[in-house]
Design a protein. Structure first.
Length: 401
């Protein structure tokens, strides 16, 4: 028997918001992804037409435009309230004057990608996988963008990917088995252009699978057409990593787009960024990961916000991230618990950050605690030749309150 109460509650959780600030637009135009791109909000005048801007926002639009362009699709803009400058959706996409402030920790290239780029547009930082930067454009621009130096066309650098040089490099480097398409956002390409890229990669025998990192299903769900999904399905195994930070981003349209990808056999994972005033509390993150699972998306990573220039107002403490993972682990299904990571500044790669579950470890035993703070011992067997670092004695102070 169908539980109508649960069905209605779930429907309320995934709100449709068209046409919102565009009341006179026909459904045909609204659902056309090219119309959405052509009608993005890109100027102060357009913002002021719809929103009551705070001084910090108006100043940000006027002064931070040479760092990262302003662009918000109508779909995503409809999630923004008219008057609340501290709204978690608004904080992600509307410039603020704080973007012009400098922190002693800020970096132009916090992940060290430029120093690991053997050919223009290809980052080879890990042994068996590469990052292929196929474009510098996105449907909308996140104000904390790690690649703001090259993305949107107004940053410090320009992205000049040499596609043929990338393919030649991949053909000769047989250790590469995994290619991640990113940028920018590859799903902004036409079906035909993306088809050509994927076909070329798939022709390289040692490449086992391809991933696409994208925010398009969230910013521009109209792009996820049946034709696009059918084209992508030709290239299995192909994975898609989406980027959702707040549960309100998961509208009905977004849910349907994600389900369309999943129905074509494409595994979906989510990568969130921990952001101050957006998702830096346990209840928001728990709601987000639960809604992701309903959308058939596995929560994959939560990133500590990179040390990108002008992002200090959006960064929160590492301790807050650990607290959130502590509030998820054991308190909800393991499928809903992402891995909290720091992309080590300067190019060290992703480092997993976890609460302290190991209290003591030597050649004889490992002492662990569970999510309730209870302590358990497990025997260590067959590791007589392993050298263990000295461990303090474990006491109650190891336990989290």
């Amino acid at each position: 028997m169908v539980n109508l109460t649960e069905d209605r509650a779930q429907e309320k959780a995934f709100l449709s918001h068209a046409p919102g600030y565009w009341p006179n637009v026909s459904p045909e135009l609204w659902n056309d992804w090219k119309w959405q791109l052509k009608n993005r909000v890109t100027s102060l005048a357009q913002l002021e037409e719809h929103l009551e801007l705070a001084d910090e926002e108006r100043g940000g639009v006027l002064l931070s435009g040479d760092k990262l362009a302003l662009a918000i699709t109508p779909h995503f803009f409809n999630l923004i309230p008219r008057a609340d400058a501290e709204d978690p959706i608004r904080r992600q996409v509307i410039p603020r004057i704080e973007e012009t402030w400098s922190s002693p920790y800020d970096m132009i290239d916090p992940c060290g990608e430029d120093s690991h780029m053997p050919v223009p547009g290809l980052v080879h930082r890990y042994p068996d996988r590469v990052l292929f930067l196929v474009t510098d454009r996105c449907a909308s621009y996140c104000r904390y963008c790690t690649r703001s130096r090259v993305v949107s066309g107004v940053g410090e650098q320009e992205l000049h990917t040499e596609f043929e040089a990338v393919y030649r490099y991949l053909e000769t480097h047989t250790e590469v088995r995994d290619v991640l398409l990113s940028g920018g956002d590859a799903l902004l390409f036409s079906d035909n252009k993306l088809d050509q890229i994927l076909a070329r990669l798939r022709a390289i025998p040692h490449i086992e699978f391809v991933r696409i990192g994208t925010r398009v299903p969230i910013f521009l769900p109209q792009r996820i057409t049946p034709e696009l999904c059918a084209m992508l399905a030709k290239y299995h195994p192909l994975w898609v990593s989406v980027h959702v930070n707040h549960p309100r981003e998961l509208t009905i349209e977004v849910k349907e787009a994600l389900e369309r990808l999943a129905d074509h056999g494409i595994p979906l994972g989510n990568q969130s960024v921990l952001l101050r005033g957006v998702n830096d509390d346990i209840e928001t993150m728990k709601t987000l990961v639960h809604k992701l699972l309903i959308c058939r998306v596995r929560p994959y990573y939560v990133y500590q916000c990179d040390l990108i220039n002008g992002s200090s107002h959006l960064r929160t403490s590492v301790a807050k991230g650990i607290e959130i993972i502590e509030g998820l682990r054991g308190h909800t299904t393991g499928y809903a618990v992402p891995q909290f990571v720091i992309d080590a500044p300067g190019g060290g790669g992703k480092v997993p950050i976890n609460p302290g579950y190991i209290l003591y470890h030597d050649n004889e035993k490992i002492v662990i605690r569970n999510y309730e703070g209870k302590i358990f011992e497990y025997p260590e067997i067959g590791n007589e030749n392993v050298q263990f670092a000295p461990q303090r004695e474990y006491h109650d102070e190891y336990l989290y309150s």
